[in-house]
Design a protein. Structure first.
Length: 289
């Protein structure tokens, strides 16, 4: 299996002539992306010709998501391998794969005709991602995200959404509430280390839905630290801890639809949206660590 190195210069990763030459000397190919979406296009086209390629991606979660989508769209998930050299702002997807020298077979999230592999989020968090982009030039790594949180905190919190959840047995549950934030997770981390979905397993064939109803600013400040550490959900009972049980909704499901939103953030990439439907696609990607 040949390795192919993909560099995203927008993430700040270095792709010096020396590094590219070293790869070439070992019979390995390299590609430097040119714009948003280029990694997905390139990986997709490569997989159609050589589905057994081992892609090594140097970039952030957005570049990784593009490469993963290219593999999945080409139907090469059982043959291709994807390795990650984290070089972005958050680098959250890779945190869910701590074991070295291991191949993980993982799920993906289908959104229309597109895919995401880490987390899709809405509301407060989506606003934070937008503001984080403004702070990237001033603060490194997760500090930019913290600045985005602080900025968003002083604006309106809470939106009314209609949520339809389909569990593993096909049972439908409907929610209609004012939410501060919500996320649909395949993996555990986002925002540069926030363990917002601590029970998520990217290989279990299910999605984790976690939502926070409308909270006051003092509540937000009091609980944000534990939310960041992932101590808002009990791993034994799989329910929110007592101090969170009145404000946190947690479900495992295979499909979820949300309407009433203003935008959505999939693997760190924001797009306008009033409604979204996400379903799990089991075992369609192999991650090599």
């Amino acid at each position: 299996m040949k390795r192919l190195h993909i560099f995203n210069p927008a993430s700040g990763v270095k792709h010096s002539p020396e590094l590219l030459a070293k790869g070439a000397a070992n019979g390995e190919e390299s590609y430097v992306t040119t714009c948003v979406g280029d990694a997905e296009r390139f990986v997709y086209e490569t997989c159609l010709e050589r589905p057994d390629t081992h892609f090594v991606v140097y970039g952030g979660d957005g570049t990784v998501s593009e490469a993963a989508s290219g593999i999945i769209r080409a139907g090469a998930g059982s043959q291709a391998l994807l390795s990650i050299i984290p070089a972005g702002t958050g680098n959250d997807f890779v945190r869910s794969f701590p074991e070295k020298n291991h191949i993980y077979t993982v799920d993906a999230m289908k959104i229309g005709d597109r895919y995401a592999v880490n987390i899709v989020n809405f509301g407060f968090d989506s606003r934070v991602v937008q503001k984080t982009e403004r702070y990237k030039k001033m603060f490194p790594g997760s500090a930019a995200y913290i600045a985005g949180v602080a900025d968003t905190f002083f604006h309106k919190i809470g939106e009314t959404w209609q949520v339809e959840i389909e569990d593993a047995d096909g049972k439908i549950e409907a929610l209609d509430e004012i939410f501060t934030l919500a996320l649909i997770a395949n993996c555990q981390y986002y925002g540069g280390g926030f363990r917002a979905a601590p029970l998520a397993d990217p290989s279990d064939g299910l999605l984790d839905f976690m939502a926070v109803t409308k909270v006051t600013r003092p509540q937000f400040l009091r609980l944000i630290g534990e939310y960041k550490k992932g101590t808002h959900l009990d791993p034994v009972t799989e329910r929110p801890y007592p101090k969170f049980e009145k404000i946190v909704t947690y479900r495992r499901c295979k499909r979820i639809r949300i309407s009433g939103i203003h935008d959505r953030c999939a693997d760190g990439e924001i797009e306008p949206a009033t409604e979204i439907e996400v379903s799990v696609v089991p075992g369609v990607l192999r991650i090599a660590t």
